[in-house]
Design a protein around this ligand. Sequence first.
Ligand code: UT7
Length: 314
Amino acid sequence: MTAATITGLGTAIPEARLTNADLEARLDTSDEWIVARTGIRERRVAAPAETSSSLAVEASAAAIKDAGLVPDDVDLLIVATTTPDQALPQTSALVHDGLGLRCGAFDVGAACAGFVHALVVGATLLDAGNLGAVVIVGSETLTRIVDPDDRGTVPLFGDGAAAVVLRPCEPGYGLQSWDLGCDGSASHILAVPPGEQYIQMEGQEVFRRAVRAVIASAGNVLRAAGRDADDVDLFVPHQANARIISMAATQLGIPAAKTMVNLERYGNTSAASVPIALAEAAEGGRLVDGDVVLLSGFGAGMAWASAVLRWGGA
Ligand code: UT7
């Protein structure tokens, strides 16, 4: 399988916090309800001057530095975002300019599964094109497409970005297997409908399908890698709802101690959630060379994506 591994990570976390207490003060909701039903305690909100591209530039620059590289070393940039700065051009062009890159760049749109899709695309292109370094960044300003008066969606979503640098590695490390899926017939259950400004969601239906998709997709990808749940050193799922994560992990047989959860501090940051969680896990010393890492994202579309990585090997 593709010999591409993560050698650098970086995040861009907006400073402003929107806490459950802030929401209690202006909506018919409570900290108790939000924590019990979602696990979320606060989310970050981008400053007026921040955009998905500016956050992506900040996260990517940090990841490139962390990998010990400079922008000129980057051979390809892929941006995963649900909240592009503009309809045209694609966000990756703005990020490309912000970083001063001289390589190809494009966006991948697969909502909350976007980062894992982009990772798979980037790793396979690195392999196919003999590339030296590929930057994958998930970046979102979701608070701008959430109705501030809708208690059903406002507590869930937050802003942020995180990036990784993929580089060639020894065989047996890096991306081991992947599983991409989509059920477009369920597109309407999580959408910004034509002519509308804000997210509309059938929460319970998304919840049910998310749990099913993660369990099936994670099972597929572990099987394809010749692994089982016992081999997983760290499970990094999309951070949408603590109950989705614990139901899926329990069903898969992955203990809570091996499951990365940080949604209490960020909420659901869509394409940024998996890389932010991965970056925090690495920073917290939870990833060592040889670890088997299971990533799984799911969301609008409904699209889902899972990957098994073997950490290190650069
Ligand atoms: O990346 C994928 C993105 N989306 C998701 O992952 C969302 C998946 N779905 C969910 O996370 C959950 O369905 C929610 C957190 C959105 C909702 O939780 P739930 O346990 O499914 O609640 P519910 O929709 O069944 O609503 C239960 C009650 C309702 O009141 P009634 O009809 O029982 O009187 C809601 O109106 O809770 C009410 N409710 C709230 N109450 C207090 C809904 N939102 C709130 C709120 N505060 N913020």
